[in-house]
Design a protein around this ligand. Structure first.
Ligand code: HSE
Length: 310
């Protein structure tokens, strides 16, 4: 049995415009690094986090809570230490809490010889999401664990479908340096959706899934519309409408809020177009006057990756 594992746990884009709480995908170049170590002491200890604002107490930390949910379904006589090197800022909208929760349970499962399947791991990681946002949504943890695009077809029972990724799909993420708490952004949403908007929304989910399956980039682009969360949440993101309009005029396939924001994701066909779109995004955002990070990434089809084992 291996004693220690170092992993990369990817950032993720949830909702993907039309799929509130059910669609997401994983990024290739952005994510946290974590070290998980087997120790004689039972339970979970978070020994190190490079972000002082995050709690080390196991039951207040998303990785700790997710890991405890996994351990509760084992009868092992030892425990684990977790070190987290956060490279995704909390409150950024690209699945910071999900990367920690998913990474912890994925690595522990690996060290235990994989007694649990990927759907079980999502179920455990969702406990971390519940702690972070008040609701156990799976649209960040599922793509982190499965890789690629995922659809949560059902929450009860949990039914997760991995969707193929067209090979020329490139993502650009802009992360304005403001924080939006997912728990707050969820409270803004109405609990009801009009039949007219629901009809448009589920038609777009069908279109997006079909486009991803058939490499139909135009259909993917046409389907990236959100009639549920974006109209309300976009008001929290300075410059959102101008940025979206500019990306579309520059030839991006589509643009929307990543998760609950403030990050914005843009999908383009091919790297050349993605870089052109990125430049246009910088021009818009430099005028907004808020500092930002910008990432260009492929979709990560593998999900969490092992960097080292001992
Ligand atoms: N589906 C969740 C939300 C994702 O939009 O609240 C949060 O990252």
């Amino acid at each position: 049995m291996k004693n220690e594992i170092k992993i990369f746990s990817p950032a993720t884009v949830a909702n993907v415009s039309c799929g509130f709480d059910v669609l997401g995908f994983a990024l290739d170049t952005v994510g946290d690094e974590m070290i998980i170590r087997k120790v004689p002491q039972k339970g979970i200890q978070i020994t190190k986090i490079n972000d002082q604002n995050l709690p080390l107490e196991t039951n207040k930390n998303v990785a700790g809570v997710a890991a405890l949910a996994l351990l509760a379904e084992t009868n092992i006589e030892f425990g684990f230490e977790i070190e987290i090197n956060k490279k995704i800022k909390p409150g950024s909208g690209i699945g910071s809490s999900a990367a920690s929760s998913a990474g912890a349970v994925w690595a522990i499962n690996e060290l235990l010889g994989s007694p649990f399947n990927t759907t079980d791991l999502v179920r455990f990681a969702m406990e971390g999401e519940k702690l972070a946002s008040g609701e156990a949504h799976a649209d960040n943890v599922a793509p982190a664990i499965f890789g690629g695009f995922t659809l949560i077809r059902s929450y009860n029972p949990l039914d997760i479908i991995k969707i193929p990724t067209p090979k020329d799909l490139i993502v650009t993420i802009i992360h304005p340096q403001i924080e939006i708490k997912t728990s707050e952004a969820r409270k803004l949403l109405s609990q009801t959706v009009s039949l007219k908007n629901a009809t448009k929304q589920w038609a777009n989910v069908g279109g997006l899934i079909s486009g991803l399956h058939t490499n139909d980039y135009d259909l993917i682009g046409r389907s990236l519309q959100d009639f549920v969360a974006e109209p309300v949440r976009s008001k929290l993101i300075p410059g959102f409408n101008k940025l979206k309009q500019t990306c579309l005029e520059t030839g991006a396939l589509g643009c929307g809020i990543s998760g609950s924001g403030p990050s914005i994701f843009v999908l383009s066909k091919g790297e050349k177009k993605a870089l052109e779109v990125s430049e246009a995004m910088k021009t818009v955002y430099n005028k907004v006057g808020i500092a930002y990070d910008l990432h260009v990434s492929k979709v990560n089809n593998k999900g969490i990756k092992i960097l080292d084992t001992k």
